[in-house]
Design a protein around this ligand. Structure first.
Ligand code: SAM
Length: 205
């Protein structure tokens, strides 16, 4: 299925009222057991409608929410209670041109596949460099069997190439789904990796 011009606002409308992603909930459960003497600063990469950023704020995190769509950040800001706004920074930016500050957690649900494949290696380098030692990544990547793999402006991976990205990480959770299903755009074949992992050392910096 071709996704030349995604109307993201339409997508945010379709998922309005959703719960925080189970992936983020699982990562925050693991974080409860993780000592963070230097604070809890998270980046929500491709934050979309803002549900997960809000959940991070409600769980005591400082958050930088990034998305290419200004309307995503407008929707997020409209939901954040005044007493939590001091813990939130927002940035309109493309994955292809990001700079990322040091972070204890990077959450990227259903967003990284939309980075142009030419820019993905540099984006991944920035993600790895941004994570402090023992910092955690929680996010999705799409596999080569996904029905959206016909879109040359998106990036797709084999299991081996995903594993290679996490060579310097301790894996908390790794799941691969390769099966028919549905998206807000209709029926599709999902080939999706869901990963939670901790960066082992700062050798990438
Ligand atoms: C499928 S949505 C996921 C949103 C949210 N993380 C969630 O779980 O619902 C993908 C998000 O990535 C953003 N996005 C797509 N391409 C992007 C790019 N090249 N740079 C930055 N953000 C991008 C979109 O605006 C959209 O909000």
């Amino acid at each position: 299925m071709k996704l030349d011009k995604v109307n993201w606002e339409n997508y945010y409308d379709k998922i309005k009222g959703r719960s925080p992603r189970p992936l983020l909930r699982a990562a925050l459960e693991l974080e409860k057991e993780t000592s963070r003497p230097n604070g809890r600063f998270a980046i929500d990469l491709g934050c979309g409608d803002g549900t997960d950023t809000l959940f991070l704020l409600e769980n005591g995190w400082q958050v930088l929410a990034i998305d290419a769509e200004p309307v995503a950040l407008e929707r997020l800001l409209a939901q954040v209670p005044t007493d939590l706004t001091k813990n939130l920074q927002t940035e309109v930016a493309q994955f292809e041109q990001l700079t990322l500050p040091p972070a204890q957690l990077i959450h990227a649900s259903l967003s990284l596949p939309f980075c142009h494949p030419d820019s993905f290696p540099s984006l991944w380098q920035k993600i790895e460099a941004s994570l402090v030692e023992n910092g955690r990544f929680a996010g999705n990547l799409f596999g080569v069997n996904d029905s959206w793999a016909v879109n040359a402006h998106m990036n797709f991976h084999t299991k081996q190439s995903v594993e290679a990205l996490f060579a310097n990480f301790a894996i908390d959770y790794f799941d691969e789904e390769d099966k028919p299903g549905r998206s807000t755009a209709g029926s599709k074949h999902w080939h999706i990796f869901t990963i939670i992992a901790r960066k082992m050392s700062d050798s990438s910096n």
